[in-house]
Design a protein around this ligand. Structure first.
Ligand SMILES: O=C(O)CCC(=O)N[C@@H](CCC(=O)O)C(=O)O
Ligand SMILES: [Zn+2]
Length: 335
């Protein structure tokens, strides 16, 4: 296999490759751009006009998605997977990946859309670099742009695999992309309804890509991901890469849709979340339940019918999201 196919090994070792560009037997050009960043370019005659950004390891302990991208890259480097799409592979937070931790000082996925400019440190610089790499990759006009930012969650989930679809004023969520996600094994999609500071929101909002955060299961260390079944997603990604994806109809085939009712923001060290430590994502919450309490007698009381909680995390820094309250949504506003 070509050395550049070993992007993960290089990243884990903190090494730069001796040769920055290599050609596979199929004439596919692989170009190392920076730590954890590799561009794959099919020969001109085979290029189908899709620019596909695949990122993982924005959180360093979420290893199943990193292993998935590593397998795809190996297959390309060996000539077993023959891309028709141009692809950018990104391992988001190399130092956190090496340490097996969500982040070192700051959560990189809270530093996009301008936020990295408001702070310093290695992770703010990395968020800036990831924005620059994505912007340069998605700078070619007249091409389709697709970004999947792959994650696993801190806790178990009543709905194992789901996507979060960013929001932008005046732009409708695409039914076709939802059908594609369903075919890739996603069981639910959270349709966002306000701007956000995560990576997928940046590429959606600023770079015009169809972008998603995908949650694939529970976060575990490298080599312990048998319980995370990425089979359907892996097959669909191989098809997208090779440009032989089966026709998608517009049916959503049981895909559950949710929208955000409220984001629970932790304002102070007095913040208390009234949920058991082992609560699963998508757990339902009764009307009237006091979900959280914070400084100055602030109380978060459930008022919504059919409310559920995802990503509850009282340990986040003050000012950040400590959970999302979601409610069922319909498909009526899809384009
Ligand atoms: O399990 C958790 O609490 C977090 C899992 C995770 O990292 N999720 C992403 C979602 C990004 C988005 O909102 O699109 C995150 O919190 O960064
Ligand atoms: Zn994550």
């Amino acid at each position: 296999m070509l050395a550049l196919g070993k992007l993960l090994e290089l990243t884990l070792a903190g090494r730069e490759p001796a040769e920055k560009t290599q050609l596979t037997v199929e004439g596919v050009r692989m170009r190392w751009l920076s730590e954890g960043a590799l561009e794959v370019k099919p020969p001109e005659a085979r290029d189908n006009g899709l620019d596909l950004l695949l990122s993982a390891g924005i959180h360093g302990n979420e290893t199943a998605p990193i292993e998935l991208l590593d397998r795809l890259l190996h297959d390309i480097a060996r000539g077993d997977l023959k891309p028709r799409a141009r692809i950018l592979f990104l391992f988001g937070n190399p130092e956190a990946i090496r340490r097996g931790e969500r982040f070192v000082e700051q959560d990189v996925n809270r530093l996009f859309n301008g936020r990295h400019e408001l702070s310093g440190g290695a992770e703010a610089l990395r968020a800036c670099e990831l924005e620059r790499l994505a912007a340069s990759f998605f700078s070619r006009p007249e091409r389709s742009r697709l970004h999947y930012d792959l994650h696993t969650a801190i806790r178990g989930s009543k709905i194992e695999q789901f996507a979060l679809y960013p929001w932008k004023e005046g732009r409708a969520h695409s039914r076709r992309e939802l059908a594609r996600l369903r075919a890739a094994g996603m069981e639910a999609v959270l349709l966002q309804n306000k701007p956000s500071i995560v990576f997928s929101a940046y590429t959606y909002d600023q770079l015009g890509a169809e972008s998603f955060t995908l949650e694939l299961g529970k976060a575990r260390p490298f080599g312990q991901n048998d319980g995370v079944n990425v089979g359907l997603l892996e097959t669909r990604l191989q098809q997208i890469i090779e440009g032989n994806e089966p026709e998608l109809d517009e049916g959503l085939d049981g895909l559950q849709l949710f929208s955000v009712a409220r984001e629970i923001i932790k304002h102070s060290d007095s913040f208390r979340l009234n949920l058991p430590a082992d609560i699963e994502n998508f757990s339902e919450l009764e009307k009237g339940y006091v979900l959280a309490e914070d400084i100055a007698q602030t109380r978060w009381v459930i008022e919504e019918e059919g409310a559920r909680i995802i990503f509850p995390n009282p340990k986040v820094k003050n000012g950040l999201r400590a959970g999302i309250l979601i409610v069922p949504a319909t498909d009526e506003n899809l384009a």
